[in-house]
Ligand binder design. Structure first.
Ligand code: 4AZ
Length: 256
C-alpha cells in the first residue's frame, strides 16, 4: 500500500513538473524507486550500448564516453587533455565497472584546439582495434539540433550517486529536462553557445563526478557530453553539457 502511494506521488510529482516545463511528461519518468547517478537508478548496457567507460591503465574508470563508430569514441576534452594515449583504455559492452565487456587500447587522442575553461569541451579517442557491434556495443548518431526546453533527456554513467559520494560498480541512468539557456546563464555567467544545460529544477537529479565525458541522449541521438556544473543535483544549478549539435561538424571532420 505504502509502495503504491509512493509510486503514485512520484508519478504525480514528475508529471506536474514536466507540464510546468511544457512537457507532457510521458517520456520523463523516474525509472525506479531507489534513487541513484544522482536521483536515477541502475541501468543495463543493452539500453545504452553506446556508453563506454574510459579507464586509466592503473587507476581504472575516471570518465564516460560514447561510441560514434567502430574506431571512434567521443568524450569530454577535460577528461583526456592531460593524458597520453598509452595511459588510456576504453571498455565497452558492460554495465559493470572494470569487469567484462571489450577493452581497447587508445591509438590517438584528438582534443578540440579551442578547448578552454570547459568551452569546446570535446575530444575524440581512436581505438587501436575496431569494436565489434552487437546488442551491448553500438554506435550512436549525433543530434543536429538541441531538443526544446523542457524535453526529457537521459544521462548515464558510473559517476557519483551524490555529491561527496562514490562511483558505483553498476551503470546508472536518470531522466532530466533541457533547461532554458538564458535561465541557465543566470546561474552560470560563463555559459557559451557550445554548452547546453539539463537538470531537474528543484534539484535531486543530475550527472556528477566521473560521469564526465558520458552521453546525454534524446530519441537515440547524442545531444550532449557531460561536462561540468556547480556541485551535483543542487536546485538552480543544472548540469552543463557540451552541445553536440554545434560541434557535430568538428567531430565528423576529425574522425579521420
Ligand atoms: C565532473 O566533474 C562533473 N553536476 C560532472 C557533472 C557535473 C559536475 C561535475 C554536473 O565530472
Amino acid at each position: 500500500m505504502l509502495r503504491l502511494i509512493t509510486v503514485t506521488l512520484l508519478y504525480i510529482c514528475c508529471l506536474g513538473h514536466c507540464k510546468h516545463e511544457h512537457n507532457t511528461g510521458k517520456d520523463c519518468r523516474n525509472i525506479c524507486n531507489h534513487l541513484r547517478i544522482v536521483g536515477g537508478c541502475p541501468a543495463k548496457i543493452k539500453d545504452h550500448p553506446y556508453q563506454v567507460s574510459i579507464e586509466h591503465v592503473y587507476r581504472g574508470h575516471f570518465c564516460g564516453g560514447s561510441i560514434l563508430s567502430k574506431h571512434w569514441i567521443v568524450t569530454a576534452a577535460h577528461c583526456v587533455k592531460e593524458m597520453k594515449a598509452n595511459q588510456l583504455r576504453v571498455r565497452a559492452g558492460t554495465s559493470h565497472k572494470h569487469e567484462e565487456g571489450t577493452v581497447r587500447k587508445v591509438h590517438k587522442i584528438v582534443v578540440h584546439r579551442k578547448f578552454h575553461n570547459f568551452d569546446f569541451d570535446v575530444a575524440l579517442l581512436k581505438v587501436e582495434k575496431p569494436f565489434h557491434f552487437d546488442k551491448s556495443v553500438q554506435q550512436i548518431a549525433m543530434a543536429s539540433t538541441v531538443p526544446d526546453v523542457g524535453t526529457c533527456v537521459t544521462v548515464s554513467g558510473w559517476g557519483y550517486l551524490e555529491l561527496g559520494g562514490h562511483s558505483p560498480l553498476n551503470l546508472h541512468h536518470v531522466e532530466i529536462l533541457i533547461i532554458d539557456h538564458r535561465q541557465c546563464a543566470s546561474s552560470y555567467h560563463d555559459l557559451t553557445p557550445q554548452m547546453i544545460c539539463a537538470g531537474w529544477p528543484r534539484g535531486g537529479r543530475d550527472s556528477c563526478y566521473m560521469d564526465s565525458g558520458g552521453p546525454l541522449v534524446f530519441q537515440k541521438k547524442l545531444v550532449g557530453i557531460v561536462s561540468w556544473g556547480y556541485g551535483c543535483a543542487l536546485a538552480g544549478y543544472p548540469g552543463v553539457y557540451t552541445n553536440v549539435a554545434v560541434l557535430k561538424k568538428w567531430i565528423r571532420e576529425h574522425m579521420k
